[in-house]
Design a protein around this ligand. Structure first.
Ligand code: SF4
Length: 661
């Protein structure tokens, strides 16, 4: 859509900004091999208007739309013309903040998108100076020169894993620890920048971290790039009147925006494992107190483990027994005494960890908090609290500050609307002094799903009891048939590791193609799958998002069950906000399932030329099933099939001979 076709009345500068957006997407980027995509162009215009109008926009951007270029160009044009036009709100502070949830995206923005745009726009004199960006992240990601030297001295002449020693040495030239591979968690904690630097640090003058901070806070930086946790920590500092973490900014782009709510949940929630405080105390040379506390905590957490059945990957409600309550009282009292005795000898932030109030929340429950248990990596329970007021905090900390914001992702829309996203992000009651302060845009994916994607909802899916042996056999049988029909090239997504394990057990050695299983943190298996021509990958958890399998590698995506969230104490608390179960299902359960389904579906087609069969094996998704309509509403329009013959025909018609080699 060209600026001239737009109906919103606008001034000269705004019109000029839109003209340049047209020029960039229609002329400049295509000269460098990028295709003109009308939806991307429209999205960038909408984003520019949102920023210009000091509003907030929820932009649901389909796969492959190129939303990163859309918002970067909108931000650059705003910066250019708002500055030249003068009188814009917030022009006193210059940079934009781009907040994401994944490091991969931050790196791509820093190392690819911004340098490319900067070069391109300078060449044609659309901008005069290079675009500058800085990644902003917590101190724990950077190395402290002082601590590094101490650590290197300490390991000199001692036996140490050679890879870890080399990683430590590499920190002499690279101060960003995320860029150095092979660093052990222990070393990382020992050499990271401390919460508070000693005033008399001898390396202060040459400290690389301090130099980096000086550059990052420079007002000539156009983009500050951070993760959602850092953005929220900065917002919290501002609300509380502490020193902000980020340099002042005038607009926000939250990419992967739904994760903002999860990040806020982490920030407002608290966790206590049996070793957490003890480890921190030991690090501050409080060994004796740490040992005493460890004994008490060990006892308490042993008892919790005995009295509650906590399963890996699940949250369960905390059940207080008399014995556990007594140990908690003792633990709280010991924490209180330790905090008092350590006053002056440990930093303030560590004293807040010794807060006995946390344990007291489990003794005298407060409605503000949801109490639950989870398992830590070592298989021991962790006490957790979650706050019920997350949307309210986001509203207070971010949206009420009145700066314009773009929130984008491919899963902002659930079904036909943005209601669920508005609710969880605290945007349902926002009034920035204008009508419709929160706008909604949908930019459809440029991929031809109707032609290239077949949605297979088996006609003969049987209703079987969840968790039963029959269910496992039924699923294994269906997967085997599908894998044969599509000649491998399959990704199977499960909603539970338990079900995946049982199905894999039946299929191991029973498939005519290489079979791989991705358990937690198994990146190597994903890489191995990518190197095979026609393998079958079984996955769950994180593989529902963020993994990319372009080309024929995944020509069949099997979604075993509709991805409904597992009930847990946090969900139960949310249920209480609704008058009836039906209301809760309609407003929360189904929209959350639709978002997750859309996310999983996104693994199928990654480029314009990809062709794929997407099968949903859940009988509730099939024709006449309870969620049939919700499934269709969540996904783009595709061809549909109900039999395996249709699947085979689709693959035969779409794939070349090499596919079968
Ligand atoms: S100033 Fe702080 S970060 Fe820098 S070397 Fe000293 S203690 Fe480490």
């Amino acid at each position: 859509m060209k600026h001239a076709e737009r109906t919103i009345p606008m001034g000269w500068y705004q019109r000029k900004a839109h003209e340049e957006v047209d020029h960039i997407f229609q002329k400049l980027l295509p000269r460098h091999g990028l295709k003109v995509m009308e939806e991307q162009l429209r999205l960038s215009h909408e984003m520019l208007d949102t920023l210009w109008g000091n509003r907030i926009a929820l932009c649901d951007a389909g796969v492959g739309i190129g939303k990163t270029y859309a918002y970067l160009v909108a931000c650059i044009m705003l910066e250019k013309y708002r500055k030249e036009g003068g009188g814009a709100p917030g022009t006193g502070c210059r940079s934009a903040v781009i907040s994401t949830s994944s490091i991969a995206l931050q790196e791509a923005i820093m190392q690819e998108y911004i340098p490319f745009l900067s070069r391109l726009l300078q060449e044609v004199t659309l901008i005069r100076t290079p675009l500058k960006a800085a990644v902003r992240k917590g101190k724990e990601h950077f190395v402290c020169d002082n601590r590094l030297e101490q650590r290197l001295l300490a390991i000199q002449g001692k036996r140490k894993n050679e890879g870890q020693r080399q990683a430590l040495l590499a920190l002499r030239t690279c101060y960003d620890m995320d860029q150095v591979h092979g660093l052990s968690g222990f070393d990382r904690r020992l050499v990271c920048v401390p919460k508070f630097c000693p005033k008399n640090c001898l390396k202060k003058e040459t400290c690389r971290y301090r130099r980096y901070m000086g550059k990052a806070k420079n007002e000539r930086v156009h983009f500050q790039i951070c993760n959602h946790n850092y953005l929220l920590a900065d917002a919290y500092h501002r609300v509380k009147g502490y020193r902000p973490l980020l340099a002042d900014y005038k607009l926000l782009v939250a990419d992967e925006a739904p994760k903002l709510s999860e990040a806020a949940g982490q920030m407002c929630g608290k966790r206590l494992g049996y070793e957490d405080i003890c480890f921190l105390l030991e690090r501050e040379h409080q060994g004796m107190r740490a040992r005493r506390l460890k004994a008490a905590m060990d006892n308490l957490f042993e008892t919790i483990a005995e009295e509650n059945t906590v399963e890996d990957g699940k949250r369960i409600a905390f059940r207080k027994t008399e014995r556990c309550g007594k140990l908690m009282e003792e633990g709280a009292s010991l924490l209180y005494k330790t905090a008092k005795r350590c006053k002056g000898s440990i930093p303030k932030w560590l004293r807040s960890w010794l807060d006995a109030k946390f344990l007291c929340r489990f003794l005298i429950p407060d409605r503000k908090y949801i109490l639950y248990l989870e398992l830590c990596g070592e298989g021991r329970p962790v006490l957790c609290t979650a706050d019920r007021e997350i949307p309210g905090y986001l509203r207070e900390m971010l949206w009420k500050r009145g700066f314009p914001a773009i929130l984008t992702s491919g899963t902002l829309k659930a079904g036909n609307d943005f209601r669920r996203t508005r609710k969880i992000l605290g945007l349902d009651e926002i009034d920035m002094g204008k009508k419709a302060a929160v706008q909604e845009y949908t930019a459809a994916s440029p991929f031809a799903y109707a032609k290239n994607c077949l949605l297979y909802l088996p006609k003969d899916s049987k209703k079987v009891r969840h968790g039963s042996r029959r269910e496992i056999l039924e699923i294994a049988g269906q997967i085997r048939q599908l894998v044969i029909s599509t000649h491998g090239h399959t990704l199977v997504l499960f909603t539970s590791y338990f079900l995946m394990g049982n199905v894999c057990q039946i299929l191991r050695g029973n498939l005519p193609f290489p079979m791989m299983e991705v358990w937690r943190h198994a990146q190597e298996e994903i890489l191995r799958f990518k190197k095979q021509e026609n393998a079958v990958l079984f996955a769950a958890g994180a593989c529902w998002e963020g993994v990319d399998f372009p080309g024929d590698m995944v020509s069949s995506l099997i979604i075993v069950r509709l991805p409904f969230a597992v009930p847990d104490p946090v969900k139960e608390a949310e249920k209480e906000q609704y008058g009836s179960l039906r209301e809760y299902i309609g407003n929360v359960v189904v929209p959350d399932m639709q978002k997750k389904l859309k996310q999983g579906f996104g693994r199928a087609i990654r480029t314009e030329k990809d062709t794929c069969v997407v099968s949903v094996l859940d009988y509730r998704a099939g024709e006449g099933g309870r969620y049939h309509g919700d499934v269709l509403c969540a996904l783009p329009e595709c061809q549909r099939a109900g039999t395996l013959e249709d699947v085979e025909e689709f693959i035969r018609n779409r794939k070349s001979m090499e596919y079968y080699m």
